[in-house]
Design a protein around this ligand. Sequence first.
Ligand code: CTP
Length: 403
Amino acid sequence: MSILNGKKILLGVTGGIAAYKSATLVRLFIKSGAQVKVVITPSAKDFVTPLTLSTLSKHPVYSSFTNEEDDNAVWTNHVDLGLWADVFVIAPATANTLSKMANGICDNLLMATYLSAKCPVYFAPAMDLDMYKHKSTFNTFKKLKEFGNIVIPAATGELASGLVGKGRMAEPEDILHFVEQDMLGKLPLRGKKILITAGPTHEAIDPVRFIGNHSSGKMGFEIAKAAANFGAEVTLVSGPTHQSVAHSLIQVKAVVSAQNMYDEAHKHFESSDIAILSAAVADFKPKEIATQKIKKKTDTLTLELDKTKDILASLGAIKKKQYLVGFALETNNELENAKGKLKRKNLNLIVLNSLNDKGAGFKTDTNKVTFIDNKNTITEFQLKSKAEVALDLINKIILEIDA
Ligand code: CTP
């Protein structure tokens, strides 16, 4: 999944020959899962039609402060447009527009939107090679970089003038790749490896039966998604669940039993920076697994159970640099029990959920949690969706590892 999935991209198109490539760029952004709106300068309309861009972007194309063809003209709110965007990409960006951007000249809707936008601004210059090399252009770029705008480097090749050199707008595929990589590189968990356990475990009794629990795995999968969206490389060790995830930064390792989960978690722990153990691991497993299906020959059946290994405690015992997070599902004396687990298992943070809270725990889409860290800071949250709880947790970890 692209980092642009779900993002709102405002594409600014200015009047250069490369404007015809903006149609491909809209397609690529849409394909990566983004919503796209287009703002275009009057002269760009000589190179690409607003109809093409509105059809591809599925939104009206904005080009003037009012709708000129309409008697009841409506003002186009450039502030709203600027605030709507998560990212503003100006491609192609002509020397004229770039110079206006550097000097705050506001003579069209695109410029007014640029001056109103609070999001990151990327620009893909497109001009002839002598214009590109001119000292004035150099100064413009310098100024724009000082403003925090990001240059998508021009390519070298044949130019509209027939000359060959630097100044061609980067190809749409390269613009997409550049924006994705740049955004990924700025994510707070970029370069961090996170191990997450999720779901229940199944402890076999015989070839057809097992001891399990009601965990849906949803909490762990939401945590994995939140961590990956912040740039972390996630290894998600999951017991049997119906959850699925498709994200380029998440690797799912499917396991069945507590022992499988223990082995897989240990395989990845040493190289991890953070480990979050949200799985509902079975505490006991049958001492013997029958090789044949157990027949109901007797009125009662007694199974002898052995304790499983506590994965969290075993990682706490060997942890070095890792930030280790556990969960505690409690029914009584919640805070004290959770604090006890935090200490006993050598954790940095424990997430407490109480089965006494309506909407918390297994199978629901919501959870109500309290964070307790090893400095005894206690943060209690309202009932939230599991996706929001996951975000709160990842934000807390980012604050802690940065501190
Ligand atoms: N856990 C684990 N391995 C186990 C059991 C639990 O890694 N064999 C982890 C869970 O993933 C969770 C935490 O330990 O992060 C707490 O699990 P919980 O069942 O609440 O606590 P227990 O330590 O098993 O204690 P008890 O059942 O006695 O409350």
